[in-house]
Design a protein around this ligand. Structure first.
Ligand SMILES: NC(=O)c1ccc[n+]([C@@H]2O[C@H](COP(=O)([O-])OP(=O)(O)OC[C@H]3O[C@@H](n4cnc5c(N)ncnc54)[C@H](OP(=O)(O)O)[C@@H]3O)[C@@H](O)[C@H]2O)c1
Length: 347
């Protein structure tokens, strides 16, 4: 088991299935046999950015089985079902591969009630949701729900990040007001969202303002495009408030603070995209707390997955998946590749 198939970056930016070495783990890492890997918008963005640069394996989200643990790993065992996130598309380690070297502090334990296909969507989406709720703002955790419920607006509940942000916010005892397309309303209402609004409605921010009596101080912008900062800022109270954002956006009201976080930072390792980043202490410890919390919630049956869109040819379908996502067609679904569906597997 020295060689494996992996989807790699190329000179022209097109993802390519290649034979590469199985990654060697460091003492603090573990080797996971990938069963399924999910797709995030960053996957195609970074693969294109790496055009002409050193080859890297694409993919951040994984679910699989632990096959080897480094000597410093104490909390995982060989044979355990796991899912999580690595910083893909950076080096010859990524999740669009038969094996990935994973960090225990960025890995969840997956109960038998969750399929590994469903579990592959958890990594980036759950860590980002945790950063937005507990790092960018100090909002109540599921283990200590607030006894005095207050309103939070979650913009883009139909997105992958939004799907888990609304569930964690509800578990924290908050009154969740959210936006999405009406076609997702039934599925999202089943997550316990208190008030849902169509983001296409031209009066959406006025309606949110009315339903919160002009008293909204907290929001998470799971979309952060050219329109959402203004819409959200205008829905907040006259005193302003805080908005956690998934992309670095300009503030549009002085009284409204935008706090950006990036899931890659939780690896506590340096990176060079979207900027040169020097690790900040405490990130891995925060990630470990999130991993333990999510593992516990999964085990207690308190989180539900979003619908999947599974491509038929595993990693051989990645170019097709990238084209679909780049065209803006992803709608309330998570793209997932099952490794066993890939033609020409090595192991
Ligand atoms: N900072 C980080 O570390 C981090 C981590 C993960 C993701 N992100 C970023 O977060 C964003 C979301 O990522 P994702 O994976 O969650 O996305 P996703 O699931 O692919 O998002 C697609 C969904 O977003 C909805 N949507 C699009 N525009 C919207 C709008 N203006 N208002 C409300 N909903 C809207 C779409 O709704 P319809 O169904 O109506 O089309 C669709 O359901 C991306 O920009 C991504 O790059 C950042």
């Amino acid at each position: 088991m020295n060689k494996m198939l992996a989807v790699c970056t190329t000179i022209d930016g097109t993802p390519e299935l290649r034979q590469v070495d199985v990654p060697k783990i460091r003492p603090e890492e573990m080797l996971v046999k990938v069963i399924a890997a999910a797709q995030n918008p960053a996957e195609w963005v970074v693969a294109e950015w790496r055009k002409g640069k050193e080859t890297a394996i694409i993919g951040c989200d994984f679910a699989g089985i632990v096959t080897q643990v480094g000597e410093a790993v104490t909390d995982f065992k060989i044979g355990e079902r796991v899912a999580g996130m690595v910083h893909g598309c950076k080096e010859l380690n990524g999740t669009y591969a038969e094996y990935v070297a994973a960090l225990p502090y960025m890995t969840f334990k997956i109960p038998s009630s969750w399929s590994l296909e469903d579990a592959s969507q958890l990594g980036v989406a759950c860590y980002t949701a945790c950063q937005c709720l507990y790092q960018s703002q100090d909002l109540p955790l599921p283990e200590h729900p607030t006894s005095e419920p207050f309103d939070i607006l979650i913009w883009g509940a139909g997105s992958s990040v939004g799907h888990f942000t609304v569930q964690l916010a509800k578990l924290g005892g908050m009154r969740v007001i959210a936006t999405a397309s009406t076609k997702h309303f039934d599925r999202l209402k089943a997550l316990g969202i208190d008030e849902l609004f169509d983001y296409h409605d031209p009066d959406v921010n006025e309606k949110i303002k009315a339903c919160t009596n002009g008293n909204l101080h907290h929001a998470v912008d799971c979309i952060a495009n050219e329109t959402t900062p203004k819409l959200i800022s205008n829905a907040l109270s006259t005193e302003g408030g805080t908005v956690s954002v998934v992309r670095d956006v300009e503030s549009v009201r002085d009284e409204v603070k935008h706090v950006f976080s990036l899931a890659y930072e939780l690896t506590e390792r340096p990176f060079d995209f979207p900027w040169d980043y020097i690790p900040k202490p405490g990130m891995a410890a925060f990630a470990r707390k999130c991993s333990e919390m999510i593992s516990k919630l999964l085990n207690e049956g308190k989180l539900v997955p979003a619908p999947l869109k599974i491509y038929p040819n595993g990693f051989a379908s990645v170019s097709e998946g990238f084209t679909y996502m780049k065209s803006g067609l992803v709608s309330g679904e998570k793209i997932v590749y099952r490794v066993e569906d890939t033609p020409g597997l090595q192991n």
